[in-house]
Write a protein that binds this ligand. Sequence first.
Ligand code: HEC
Length: 137
Amino acid sequence: MKYWMMAVGAAGVFVACATPEMPLPPEGAALYDENCALCHGPGGRGDGPLAAGLDPAPADLTRIAARNGGVFPRADALSTIDGYTRMDRADIPQEMPEFGLLLRGETVPVDVGDGKLTPVPRPLAALMVYLESIQES
Ligand code: HEC
């Protein structure tokens, strides 16, 4: 019995040290409620309390895949949240804030759509899987 418990304990340590797992949608949902819902709305439909005053209006985040031929563009979503996209589009008003600095942390390997694993800060990856989980066709 004692040895059995030690074996289970060792397995637990092994899992904790193994490659970090992808976050699940609820982890991103919590970050979303805190940082994004004011503009994008509690359900992601672009109808948050601040939305009315913004031009361009906040995107409906449940239709990102639908707007992209049915495929959720992981790399695009990540760079929009992180703030990279806006840098090369200085011509349009920048209503969407950059969250890059806020969303740093331990990285997890993410397939951003090119079949390769790219290290992505965990909070960003969590938001990405959450957004992916709320897509509607
Ligand atoms: C101050 C308001 C505001 C906040 C807060 C905000 N956004 Fe946005 N977001 C916008 C606006 C406005 C747009 C659309 C116009 C643009 O691209 O600048 C947008 C666009 C996006 C897009 C692109 C959608 C598409 O179809 O290309 C994504 C993804 C996104 N936001 C995710 C997020 C996430 C995730 C958060 C929280 C971490 C967040 N936003 C917080 C205002 C906001």
